[in-house]
Design a binder for this molecule. Sequence first.
Ligand SMILES: [Zn+2]
Length: 248
Amino acid sequence: MRGRFQVFDTHAHLGRALHSGRVATKDDMLHGMDAAGIDRTLLIPFPVVEDFRREHDEIGDALRSHPDRFAGAACLNPFIPEDEFRAEVQRCRLEYGFRALKFQPQYQGLNPVSARSAFLFETALENGLVLVCHTGTGAPFALPSLFIHAARRYPNLKIVIGHAGGGIYALESVVAAQVCPNIFIELSTLTPHAVLEVLQHVGSDRLMAGSDLPESLETEISKIEGLPISDADKRRILWQTPVRVFGN
Ligand SMILES: [Zn+2]
């Protein structure tokens, strides 16, 4: 609990990143959450890792020790053999109860409108997982509009546009959410005035907050708290929409 609001951080990375050298442990995460008054966090592996199974096991361990504080997401290279990909995602669900699959086009290089990408969306759907897609850096494959194709083809799949197009493509994420009721927007990296612009077109029942990295946590959450909008909207963005999308 943070003041008057419960908070679900829907975008945070746990584990060891090969591309940035970052390391984040379960204890680091809990410490940061407690300091900022964050109730729950969706733990996502970094996009470039040495051993994705080990990263998933580390997130699974965090979920087992603190099931009320964490939810889990899988993230793995989509160019490994498809059966291996499907088996690992299924393992994450069955063994640990993961709620999401993360797709990171900037580092994973898969074209979301190509026939080759169908198995990624289908794997999420088959396992009842939400697909969280990084957007913004890594365009063109990371353009929010490229997920409209899958959202229409798989209307029962929930797709979260991570980083809302990374600022520059924020309005594209608005268009994607307007034409697809199964698209949600995660607001990290947007400036407060850009969040207000998104809110003119997309209801708070489709929006959620995320930190991405620990040094941004305080800024990302206080950015929502400080907006000149109703407490009901803040409550939906900070807690109710994520709980509805990822489950309680
Ligand atoms: Zn991310």
